[in-house]
Design a protein around this ligand. Structure first.
Ligand code: APR
Length: 253
């Protein structure tokens, strides 16, 4: 049975959220765990306990074995499409709609569960697993549509042989600058920073909590286990996303 967060801490965070003019929420893979999408670093079930990220989540790994990487993402895409948003996704989106202009939602996740729960403006730091993009710029300077590439594992441009790759940020790659700037801005401007379901192992996303704290925000973490950024939090709510977020947000009109 998952732990339940301390009622006093829950009430305190709820009060800060109720009074907040700006709330920044950062989510990680734990946000999607109760929708059936595996996290990366949870012992036994995490993807990185079963697969080598260097081989499957890097450009080098893709170039070394494009078909293997393409197949792995194709399998993950099936899981994402089958997954459904849970009560935590719905609670976040509903809170955002009840309080226009208050919520900025930033995710490290490459699934579309926040969007399908009703928050299409989610800021994606690590890309979109359901999107395709070209591996390299077109040598002929064209702007062809990856969706029209010749079928294959992976698909390739019939004219120049360019590979199609998943639209996610791989290890060693830069995050989309606009998304990162927007995330930094919201961390610096918010009254409350809510960090849900991340180990805090990967930067620069992991740095957003300390950015918010240094800028004067109240920082709360929702996670059933300890994370690498717990020390940045004023409040740690030991519980799951689907359990804690509705309890935290649903009574806030
Ligand atoms: N509710 C909330 N948190 C949960 C739940 C849950 N039901 N289940 C697990 N968690 C927590 C775990 O305790 C862990 O702290 O979610 C976190 C998942 O951590 P990671 O697997 O490291 O995922 P994340 O922090 O999102 O990883 C960051 O690393 O591999 C890259 O690009 C990948 O975006 C990912 C980044």
């Amino acid at each position: 049975m998952a732990e339940a967060p301390d009622p006093a801490a829950l009430a305190a965070v709820r009060a800060h959220l109720d009074a907040a003019r700006r709330v920044c929420v950062l989510t990680g893979a734990g946000m999607s765990a109760e929708s059936g999408i595996p996290t990366f670093r949870d012992a036994l079930t995490g993807l990185w306990s079963r697969f080598d990220p260097a081989q499957l989540a890097s450009e080098e790994g893709f170039r070394a074995d494009p078909a293997r990487v393409w197949d792995w993402y194709a399998e993950r895409r099936v899981g994402v499409r089958q997954a459904q948003p849970h009560a935590g996704h719905v609670a976040l989106a509903a809170f955002g709609h009840r309080r226009p202009g208050v919520l900025t939602l930033v995710t490290q996740n490459v699934d579309d569960l926040h969007q399908r729960a009703g928050w299409p403006q989610t800021i994606r730091l690590h890309g979109d697993i359901l999107a395709d993009r070209w591996l390299r710029p077109c040598p002929r300077g064209r702007a062809c549509d990856p969706a029209r590439a010749a079928a294959g594992r992976p698909p390739r441009c019939a004219e120049c042989g360019n590979f199609v790759r998943p639209g996610v940020v791989w290890f060693g790659e830069m995050l989309p600058a606009a998304a990162l700037e927007a995330a930094d801005r919201c961390a610096m401007a918010c009254d409350v920073m809510l960090v849900v379901g991340t180990s805090g192992a990967v930067w620069p996303a992991a740095g957003l909590a300390s950015t918010a704290r240094r800028a004067g925000a109240q920082v709360a973490i929702v996670n059933p286990h300890e994370s690498e950024i717990d020390d940045e939090a004023h409040w740690v709510l030991r519980g799951t996303a689907a359990g804690v977020l509705p309890a935290l947000l649903d009574t806030l009109g």
